[in-house]
Design a protein around this ligand. Structure first.
Ligand code: ASP
Length: 500
């Protein structure tokens, strides 16, 4: 509903009887995904302009000789004693920009746990059938594993054919290791291989409230499912009160998502400007071929492999799928976090693709936690690339080990920025590739993280569509169009299963 709502929202206060109330009226304006796309493109353009035109001499001309201290707000730095009004303005604009980006990310994180708890309890309690739940669960996990293995295989194929490692000289390699060695060491120290038994055991929270407070998504999903299932097993009149409560809370959270998404286009601009202004495109330089291989692999997954899934198994056309999920893809790209994007991914699948909440509320949170096809693909390419840099020949057995470890590592990767690179350490270790190679690819990690997160989210949506179609839990395009054309208050999807 929120994406519809945002497509042309106007709100204001009116008098209703003796009360003043907020009202919302609809006007056709530009669709949200276009606004976000414009924010994204403008962000890239402005970020590149700042990166190329704003350098140390620009700061010097404004009386700033230690720009890092100035932007960090350290006021008593001698070198910045002559700061001009222009420098103050630049710092204000920079801080304001970061504030908007961070505000938006906080808003999304604020919503991620409650939306899963409330909608999953309502979804599971409306299933009324345990065998259906385990069937959906089995399909979901099975398809997630298959797509992840396919993604790594695509990555390995591309890296073996193009051999990006051959485009980087030994000198450049050692230069990167010297420059980024310390940062790489921090990543290596942070990595530890997941134990399969512990990983499974950890899905069961010792304390569900702690799981919610910590935002441990798999535990949250488990606890919510359990509550939902238990609700179907107690007396109906008691269950109804609880389900109605959670159903109403789902609507409350959706309203909050609507409010947060109002700043999405500006926030996307702010997030992208910050990253691009800092990194620029120069960093790609000698790593351009490696980066292109990763991006080409991700694009192959998103635009060639997934369509096979959602068209043949999901019954959804190319245009319908990408039009529906584009806001989630764009947000994933800007935030580099599939967990933070989750509320929007859920809205796109439910409202724009017409997938029933009982499937999406189950499949998507699990996907945002364990299904990282883009990350796995990137880990495959990075492993082969680093091996090539160090003149190592990877055997077929080595590459199969990479498929296995990268699948497990991607399951253990949290949906937040940069974790894929930490888990890469485990993949490299499994076949004895030198870990210091991480330093070489560290500089381009954020840009590739944005791309792989977008692929991760696309994969979640594809699997959600396939599972929903197999359960008959997806609307036809006509039904979606009819629902979208209804006035918002009459939208039946705005009501919970108890009202249907
Ligand atoms: N940023 C990715 C995600 O949130 C994870 C990663 O590859 O670092 O999906």
């Amino acid at each position: 509903m929120l994406l519809r709502w945002l497509d042309g929202i106007q709100c204001g206060m009116v008098d209703v009887g003796t009360q003043r109330r907020w009202t919302v009226s609809k006007q056709r304006t530009m669709a949200l995904h276009w606004k976000i796309l414009i924010g994204l493109i403008l962000g890239i353009v402005v970020g590149l302009a700042i990166n190329t035109m704003w350098d140390a001499s620009t700061w010097n001309s404004m009386g700033i000789n230690d720009p890092a201290a100035w932007m960090a707000g350290t006021s008593d730095v001698e070198a910045n004693a002559d700061a001009s009004i222009g420098a103050r303005a630049a710092r204000f604009v920079g801080n304001f920009n970061n504030f908007i980006g961070e505000l938006f990310m906080r808003g999304l994180r604020f919503i991620a746990v409650p939306i899963v708890v409330f909608s999953l309890i309502v979804g599971a309690s409306s299933l009324n059938d345990l065998s259906k739940l385990s069937r959906i669960g089995g399909k979901t996990i099975g398809i997630y594993l298959v797509t992840t293995a396919i993604a790594i295989t695509v990555g390995l194929l591309f890296a073996n054919i193009v051999k990006p490692g051959n485009f980087v000289s030994e000198e450049t390699r050692d230069g990167f290791v010297a420059q980024f060695g310390d940062q790489a060491k921090a990543k290596i120290d942070a990595a530890h291989a997941p134990d399969i038994w512990d990983t499974v055991l950890n899905i069961v929270p010792k304390n569900p409230f702690n799981a919610i407070a910590q935002g441990n998504m798999l535990q949250v999903v488990f606890a919510s499912l359990l509550v939902g299932i238990a609700l179907t097993l107690i007396k109906r009149e008691k269950a109804t009160i609880v389900i109605q409560f959670f159903d109403a809370m789902t609507d409350v959270i959706i309203k909050i998502v609507e409010i947060v998404l109002m700043i999405a286009p500006y926030a996307v601009f702010a997030l992208i400007v910050e990253q691009i202004a800092e990194l620029g495109l120069d960093i790609l330089g000698s790593l351009a071929v490696y980066s292109l291989v990763v991006v080409a692999g991700l694009a192959t997954m998103a635009f060639v492999i997934y369509p096979i899934g959602f068209k043949i198994l999901g019954g959804i056309s190319y245009g319908r799928f990408f039009k529906a999920i584009s806001p989630a893809q764009l947000l994933a790209f800007s935030s580099a976090s599939s967990s933070a994007t989750l509320p929007v991914t859920m809205e796109c699948c439910e409202q724009r693709l017409g997938i029933k909440e009982e499937v999406s509320a189950f499949v998507l949170p699990i996907g945002a936690t364990i299904n990282m096809d883009g990350t796995a693909l990137y880990q495959g390419v990075a492993a082969v690339f680093i091996a090539q840099l160090y003149g190592m020949d990877l055997t077929v057995a080595d590459q199969l080990t990479i498929v296995l470890t990268a699948t497990l590592a991607s399951i253990g990767t949290a949906g937040v920025p940069g974790v894929g690179m930490i888990m890469l350490v485990i993949v490299l270790e499994s076949v004895g590739i030198p870990l210091e190679g991480i330093a070489v690819i560290l500089g381009v990690d954020r840009i590739l993280d944005m791309c792989r997160t977008s692929c991760n989210v696309t994969g979640d949506c594809m699997v959600c569509a396939v599972v929903a179609n197999s359960e008959g839990a997806i609307e036809t395009p006509e039904q979606v169009a009819e629902r979208m054309a209804q006035p918002l208050d009459e939208d039946p999807r705005a009501e919970g299963p108890l009202d249907k």
